[in-house]
Design a protein around this ligand. Structure first.
Ligand code: SF4
Ligand code: SF4
Length: 180
């Protein structure tokens, strides 16, 4: 749980980002390909974080923006202060899950993340058919994109047998230390 004030220090210690360095030039939002879809574009996220107000922080944890960010790094490349917004977004996604504040609209994105990680956890690599099946079961969206499956299969993009890494133990160790 947060204190009423004080998450800025937590952000700094977990991500290295000092939100107070942002001077609201807006270059991050201008360069973000998904800013228009976001409820809070990256520069607005920074402004809200600077208030150090727990209500604003919770609002961001329950926002769609943190799930729409695709970690493309465009904002970081453009930022004159080199503020690592993608890392910040990762931190907030993790926090939103832990504090059960994930917005309903983002459930399908979270399902995709989980299906992706399940695939990597069990095979050590991405197993596309496993990923698709896992995602569909999680979202009950069974017929989505079914029309493209035959073409992908014919082009060899959907191998039937998963490729396994040799040392699965190492993968399990990584997941046991990091999965939330
Ligand atoms: S580009 Fe950097 S300094 Fe400018 S608004 Fe975005 S985070 Fe702030
Ligand atoms: S990393 Fe996220 S916030 Fe930054 S430009 Fe890419 S999508 Fe936008």
């Amino acid at each position: 749980m947060h204190e009423k004030k004080g998450y800025i220090a937590e952000i700094k210690s977990k991500t290295g980002v000092n939100v107070n360095r942002c001077y609201q030039c807006g270059k991050c939002s201008a360069g973000c390909a998904v800013a228009e879809e976001m409820d809070y574009p990256p520069s607005r996220v920074m402004r809200l974080l600077q208030t150090n107000d727990v209500e604003n922080f919770n609002q961001l944890l329950g926002s769609e923006s943190i799930w729409l960010c695709v970690s493309c790094q465009n904002c970081l490349t453009r930022c004159p202060m080199e503020i690592d917004i993608p890392h910040l977004m990762d931190f907030m996604r993790e926090k939103a899950i832990k504090e059960k504040k994930v917005i309903k609209k983002a459930n399908h994105i979270l399902s995709f993340h989980r299906a992706f990680l399940d695939s990597v956890q069990y095979t050590g690599r991405l197993y596309e058919i496993g990923l698709i099946a896992d995602y569909k079961v999680r979202t009950f969206n069974l017929i989505q994109d079914m029309d493209v499956a035959p073409q992908m299969f014919l082009k060899g993009k959907l191998p039937l047998i998963p490729e396994l890494v040799e040392d699965k133990k190492q993968i399990q160790t990584i997941f046991s230390k990091t999965k939330i």
